[in-house]
Design a protein around this ligand. Structure first.
Ligand code: GLN
Length: 547
């Protein structure tokens, strides 16, 4: 049976709970334990699938097709453990399950209450797969004291109470603000945050304190004393240059030791941190910089393309170069010539996206990359735009476009080279989408395999002819145009196993031009950079040598 670490936050939001959880997961793995990480989000949306990337950052997709919080991306990048549908839940999902059960009569006419019905539902969620791993790390979103979060805090309190002693611990993240005028770190907000936690019956075993300044020994003692936590379990978390420093930094501060001590695991297995030393070596000993333009829509919030930014960093690590990603709003190209904006970049990436806004600019970016011989990676919408560009400007389909942009009834502005798919094959069964399906959950989501054409560039990049990648889209490139486009040199080098859905296109005779219908960035890890990103950055390095 798994041991549980519940991770909560206090004082302010955005303290890096997700990163601390992910780093702890990596450290427990380094000591030979198996882990699974889980996120419990207090918001009322049923899942993040329909939340705006502006507000919520990227939607991370799992192999089994769940649309989840971007923290699950961190978990995967640090532990390499593929997240599942059952690793993320929101209040909205919990309540909707409870209400469904009530409608079905499962509660036999009882009065439905937060305690026990909602809390039981949360506890059942926590138990899923508990026999599979040594440690289950469960992060509670938000901050202690939030109204929405209360049922989750109550549920983890009950959970720990019901389990044998020593099976669950609580780790709490706080902030130590620094008062420049007096040159002091202030511990009072931390004390209050712990008080709040204790008022709802949770006593933290480990305190992680974010601080911009070194925490003096006596402050650590004071925090320990006032918060009723052992001094050794008061862990400093300083600002880091790279998130990938977190496992080594937390190890230095004694986080994994404190956690194992709290469980009474002695002697603690020695850690093997080679993987993280290698990651840091690649990050710090990089030579040269390549500039990659990301032409997208959600450019104001970097978190909107979190996994892409990380995968590019990993690609840089694979080549021992720094990747400087610069975000360019595609809409600028509606008004202005892209050339002056894109010249000087060593590669261009057009990421995924939804809706028409900015798409003409993305098409122009694809044209610029194709005609100038600049490495291009088109992801999902970025592939669709590359295909439309090829159809319009090379294959003579003047009105080529996507059905996604002809949503008004009867409007037929475009010839649909990219069309709305209603039925497809997953594994060995057919999935159908009804016209009146909800907004959420009507996409081709999760892992699908693709067959690569032997001898193609992608087959070389992957070193394989069968791959599996994660999808999140409604529209597909129409194979009816395959012959015409291939005759012009746009090769369909990856297809769904049944041969119906184009998965990858690449320009023949171009230094590096690949469009993929899936999201390779979701599977990239610092210790295992995704082959497409590694090779894309390699091509960028080559371009940088030419200019
Ligand atoms: N909007 C496009 C579709 O639904 C692309 C989606 C994406 O880029 N993730 O097919």
């Amino acid at each position: 049976m798994a041991r549980y670490v519940f991770i909560t936050g206090g004082v302010v939001s955005s303290l890096g709970k997700g990163l601390a959880s992910a780093a702890l997961g990596a450290l427990l793995q380094a000591r030979g334990f198996s882990v699974r990480l889980r996120k419990l989000d207090p918001y009322l949306n049923v899942d993040p699938g329909t939340m705006s990337p502006f507000e919520h950052g990227e939607v991370f997709v799992t192999d089994d097709g769940a649309e989840t919080d971007l923290d699950l991306g961190h978990y995967e990048r640090f532990t390499g453990v593929s997240a599942r549908k059952t690793d993320s839940v929101s209040s909205g999902r919990i309540y909707s399950t409870v209400l469904e059960k009530e409608r079905r009569g499962d509660y036999l006419g009882k009065t439905i209450q937060v305690i026990p019905h909602v809390t039981n539902e949360i506890k059942d969620f926590l138990k899923i797969g508990e026999d599979e791993v040594d440690f289950m790390l469960c992060e509670i979103g938000g901050t202690v004291g939030d109204i929405e979060g209360l049922p989750f805090f109550e549920a983890i309190r009950q959970f720990a109470q019901e389990r044998p002693r020593g099976q669950c611990i609580f780790m709490h993240l706080t902030l130590l603000p620094y008062l420049a005028a007096s040159g002091e770190l202030k511990t009072k907000p931390t004390q209050h945050s712990v008080k709040e936690l204790r008022a709802i019956g949770i006593a933290p075993d480990v305190l992680v304190c974010r601080s911009e300044h070194p925490i003096p020994e006596r402050e650590r003692e004071k925090i320990g004393l006032f918060c009723n936590v052992r001094k050794e379990a008061v862990i400093a978390a300083y600002d880091l240059k790279s998130i990938y420093e977190a496992p080594l930094a937390y190890h230095r501060e004694g986080l994994d030791q404190a956690v194992l001590d709290a469980f009474g695991i002695a002697p603690a297995p020695r850690p093997n941190l080679e993987r993280w030393h290698d990651v840091m070596d690649r990050l710090t000993n990089a030579e040269g910089t390549v500039r990659v333009a990301i032409v997208g829509k959600y450019t104001q919030l970097e978190d909107a393309y979190k996994s892409i930014a990380e995968a590019l960093t990993h690609g840089g690590m694979a080549n021992r170069v720094r990747v400087k990603a610069e975000w360019i709003d595609a809409e600028i190209f509606d008004r202005e010539d892209p050339a002056p904006h894109l010249e000087g970049f060593h590669a261009i990436l057009v990421p995924g996206g939804f809706g028409e806004r900015g798409t003409e600019g993305k098409i122009k970016a694809a044209e610029f990359a194709r005609t100038r011989g600049i490495p291009y990676l088109g992801i999902c919408l970025g592939m669709q735009m590359a295909v439309i560009e090829a159809a319009r400007n090379v294959a003579g389909v003047a009105r080529a476009g996507s059905e996604e942009f002809d949503h008004e009834a009867g409007a037929k502005r475009f010839e649909p080279v990219v069309y709305h798919l209603k039925e497809w094959v997953q594994g060995n069964h057919v999935v159908a989408r009804k016209a009146d399906d909800d907004k959420g959950g009507t996409m081709r989501l999760g892992a699908y395999s693709a067959a690569l054409v032997p001898g193609s560039r992608v087959a070389g990049v992957y070193g394989a002819t069968e791959i599996e990648e994660r999808h999140r889209h409604r529209y597909e490139v129409d194979i009816a145009y395959r012959d015409r486009l291939e005759a012009c040199g746009l090769r369909f080098s990856g297809m769904s196993p049944d041969g119906r859905l184009p998965e990858i296109v690449e320009w023949e005779g171009h230094p590096w031009f690949i469009g993929v219908q899936f999201h390779p960035e979701l599977k990239s890890k610092p210790f295992a950079p995704h082959p497409l990103f590694a090779d894309f950055v390699r091509a960028a390095v080559e371009t940088s040598r030419l200019v």
